[in-house]
Design a protein around this ligand. Structure first.
Ligand code: ATP
Length: 682
């Protein structure tokens, strides 16, 4: 982080430290520190006309000013203008304040009036002693976000000084994409820092004013620039050329019990083309629950193997890794292609054997958890790395996987996600990736019936589970989420398992939770997959990816505690076969407003993109994507939902600048990011 010491003339280390807390590290950062709101000191209100509720400024002569001791120590002044008298009081004050308020002096006081025992009064108003002939300010007074030890007045002065200084260079071209009309940068900044008195301060505060639009547009533009530049950098790196010679992939397709959906075929073709280029692919495959991402991954891995390169698939949980491995092995082994499975839980001997097979090149493909990125794993010919549920991994883990390849060659990267995100968000957060969407479900799926049931009717739900299971179906029962305590969560899971066991003696019931030994977990999952268990009681370990097509009933207890994405994922565990499926959401009273809103959304929508849009509306984008973790520079002013219509033109202009005016692109990034590395994402 560059701290331009030279330019901080007149600013000592203490002040510099406080400014740094506001992310102001260079003089030019000051002008991008924008007001939260404004106070109108450009006009005066006669004392008699001041009404309670809104801040006003009055000017008058101090009649009296004294420290009283009852009911407590305070400074009390009477101020009079032609229309009346006002009492002002300060419970905390400096002796110098009393001097400022010497009787006979003219002062302006700014604050909110309220009705007191002795008539109208102001508590802790701001005082400004008036010099003879002093005019009212010409601009609204900005109120900035600040930090302890840094007074508004000091910050205002610093920013005001910086605003005087040329140049606030205009960096945008005259014609903006989409016919967007925005004021020049310098004008926008002046309007925001020193708004002329005829501007309605509320219009500025809700940030819809063209001056705000300009600033937000430039901020979004810089976000796009930094992401797109990271994306373009991949062209400077080399990756192995993995051609689709069609032998193994065609054999796999011929042997599948289904044909690819149109969306899958398009994704496979797109990825196939990426792999055949000499630069690393950076692609995100987004598919709603059950849209069939695994086969797309398998075909890509085969394409690597066909070319003699290694490919790995990293999954966030052991259950998921094992399931992927089984599915891939069932598809690939008949073709004579081996696939290793690495997870922290496998016995040492098994692990070592798998490692040896990988190191010798006997097997080219592997599936695993983060165990894949650990030290002993050598992947000297890594050509393709696939990360499933990519948002569950940190930036560092994804990078570590990339670093597994040989020095000179970067592997192609494919990120997969079953959490669809709305288009504007994808454009913003994933502008350094190409995005493929699987927007089609395999045919023959029947829609899932979602029911909301109050906890008082739990017995009826149990009866329904009995009927369904005795009729040949299988069911999941998801235990309540207890975020505060894992121990309690476990206890609840065990208790639920026991009470259901007692209530449903005729059913075979299994239990999985995160704390079980891996082999127990995998034995239970295998028994459920094989149809040996009717009912699987589970914590959210089954949230992602579990694929047992015969399971057609899902019960979620305390559904109101789960997030929308989580509910959607959980519900997606059923409806994967041809049987009619149902998801019963048991909720407990009282429902919070937010809990009610979430249940309503999940009840009304089945499409992951629609749910994501609603989720965004309820939670806001920051939390939605886990912005910090994604490593994308955070937006200070623009808001991806409210300013969605600026994102597309920002993206278009970013591409144009990077192509035609890279120096301007650099200047823009320098202005906003100050030489800080804008992007860390793999
Ligand atoms: N084109 C297809 N036609 C029929 N069935 C398919 C097709 N593609 C995949 N399937 C099957 O659909 C099920 C879901 O596929 P998969 O597990 O790959 O989904 P997913 O996208 O990973 O979903 P999730 O994110 O929910 O795990 C699997 O049983 C798979 O074999």
């Amino acid at each position: 982080m560059a701290n331009d010491q030279q330019a901080w003339a007149g600013i000592g280390p203490q002040l510099a430290g406080r400014l740094a807390k506001l992310d102001i590290r260079r003089p030019q950062d000051l002008v991008l520190h924008l007001p939260l709101r404004y106070e109108d000191e450009t006009r005066l209100t006669p004392i008699a006309a001041a009404r309670a509720g809104a801040p006003v400024q009055v000017e008058g002569e101090v009649v009296t000013c004294e420290v009283t001791l009852r009911p407590r120590r305070q400074l009390v002044a009477q101020i009079r203008d032609a229309s009346g008298t006002l009492t002002a009081r300060w419970l905390n004050f400096y002796p110098s304040q009393q001097k400022q308020l010497a009787p006979g002096r003219r002062v302006r006081v700014f604050g909110e009036v309220r009705g007191g025992f002795f008539g109208n009064e102001m508590v802790h108003p701001r005082v400004h002693p008036v010099e003879a002939g002093e005019a009212l300010p010409q601009a609204l007074t900005p109120v900035y976000p600040t930090t302890a030890g840094l007074a508004q007045s000091a910050l205002r002065k610093l920013i005001g000084r910086e605003l005087q200084r040329p140049p606030m260079t205009e960096l945008l071209p005259a014609a903006l994409p989409g016919g967007l009309q925005l004021p020049p940068f310098a004008d926008a900044l002046r309007t925001l820092h020193q708004p002329p008195p005829d501007i309605d301060p509320y219009a500025l505060e809700d940030r819809a004013h063209p001056a705000w639009q300009r600033i937000k547009f430039e901020e979004l533009l810089v976000q796009q620039l930094s992401l797109r530049r990271a994306y373009n950098a991949r062209r400077t790196r080399r990756a192995p050329i993995l051609r689709d010679n069609g032998k193994l992939t065609a054999a796999l397709l011929a042997q599948l019990p289904f044909t690819l959906t149109g969306a899958q075929a398009r994704a496979v073709a797109q990825i196939g083309r990426d792999l055949a280029t000499p630069h690393p692919m950076q692609r995100l495959l987004q598919g709603d629950v059950g849209s069939g991402k695994t086969i797309v991954a398998a075909l890509a891995m085969l394409q690597a193997a066909e070319n003699g390169f290694q490919a790995v698939l990293m999954a966030p949980t052991e259950i998921l890794a094992e399931q992927h491995w089984k599915k891939l092995a069932a598809w690939l082994e008949p073709l004579g292609v081996g696939i290793a499975w690495l997870s922290g839980s496998r016995r040492k001997k098994e692990r070592e054997a798998e490692l040896a097979r990988l190191a010798s090149g006997e097997v080219l493909l592997a599936v695993g958890t983060h165990a894949l990125i650990e030290d002993p794993v050598a992947l000297p010919r890594l050509g393709l790395a696939i990360v499933d549920e990519q948002h569950r991994f940190g930036v560092r883990q994804r990078l570590a996987l990339r670093e597994k390849g040989a020095d000179a060659l970067h592997p192609h990267m494919l990120m997969m996600s079953a959490t669809p995100i709305p288009r504007t968000l994808a454009m913003s957060y994933y502008a350094d990736l190409d995005v493929t969407v699987l927007d089609e479900l395999p045919p023959g799926r029947t829609p899932i019936l979602t029911k909301l049931v109050a906890e008082s009717r739990r017995d009826q739900v149990i009866a329904r589970v009995r009927d369904a299971c005795l009729g040949g179906a299988q069911a999941y029962w998801v235990c309540p989420l207890i975020e505060e305590s894992e121990a309690l969560q476990l206890k609840t899971a065990v208790e639920t398992f026991e009470t259901l066991g007692a209530a449903l003696p005729e059913l075979k019931i299994g239990l999985v939770h995160g704390r079980m030994k891996s082999d127990e977990k995998s034995a239970t999952m295998a028994a459920f997959s094989a149809g040996e268990l009717h009912l699987l009681v589970a914590t959210t370990v089954i949230e992602v990816g579990v694929d047992v097509p015969n399971a057609s009933l899902m019960v979620i207890e305390h559904a109101e505690r789960f997030g929308l994405a989580q509910l959607h994922q959980l519900r997606g565990r059923v409806g994967r076969g041809t049987a009619e499926s149902a998801c019963i959401l048991i909720y407990a009273h009282p429902l919070s407003e937010n809990g009610r809103a979430r249940l309503k959304v999940i009840y009304e929508h089945s499409d992951g993109f629609a749910i994501a849009r609603e989720d965004l509306r309820i939670r806001g984008p920051g939390e939605f994507v886990g912005a910090r973790q994604s490593g994308v520079p955070l937006l200070r002013y623009a808001d991806l939902e409210g300013d969605a219509d600026l994102v597309e033109p920002a993206r278009a202009l970013a591409e144009r600048l990077l192509r035609d005016a890279p120096a301007v692109a650099t200047q823009l990034m320098e202005r906003w990011l100050g030489g800080r590395e804008g992007l860390l994402r793999a």
